[in-house]
Design a protein around this ligand. Structure first.
Ligand code: ZN
Length: 156
């Protein structure tokens, strides 16, 4: 933009003219701090609020266009991770909701668990066995995370 670095009242600035509907030179009529707020269009002579951009061209869009796809890809990955996390929590809540104290088996490494059984763990809280990996390993869904835990140790 052919604009002086420090705009001042009476100076010229390129902005969007709401009457001409295009980016044009304006004379600055009023400023707040270092920002032009009221401008007079040098083309049509109308006075209006200063607009640095044409309508629809937001700073955000201009910035993301400049950065390319990586930011968008990052946002999508974050969204997927967030959704996965929400799904996991929903699955956990569904398994736990409405269950009484006696529906949970207290977790110890010596206890034998089966898929679908509810677990009460002293550190991780309430969970549900989602998978029996092998004779001594189970996968348990807790509110915060899915954990692989030992089970049936010393039983067989
Ligand atoms: Zn104008």
């Amino acid at each position: 933009m052919a604009v002086a670095k420090a705009p001042k009242v009476g100076g010229e600035i390129v902005g969007y003219c709401t009457k001409c509907r295009m980016m044009l030179n304006h004379r600055i009529g009023a400023m707040v701090g270092t920002k032009a707020v009221r401008v007079i269009c040098l083309t049509c002579g109308s006075e209006h609020n200063y607009r640095a951009r044409a309508p629809g061209e937001t700073a955000e869009r201009a910035a993301s266009a400049g950065r390319g796809n990586s930011a968008a890809a990052r946002a999508t990955r974050a969204e997927i991770a967030e959704k996965k996390e929400r799904d996991r929590e929903a699955e956990w809540a569904k398994a736990i909701t409405g269950k009484g104290v006696h529906d949970f088996k207290k977790y110890t490494i010596a206890t034998v668990f089966a898929a679908g059984e509810l677990v009460r763990h002293t550190k991780f809280g309430d969970g549900v066995v989602t998978n029996v990996i092998d004779a001594n390993k189970i996968e348990v869904l807790f509110k915060e995370d899915t954990k692989t835990l030992a089970h049936a140790i010393g039983v067989n």
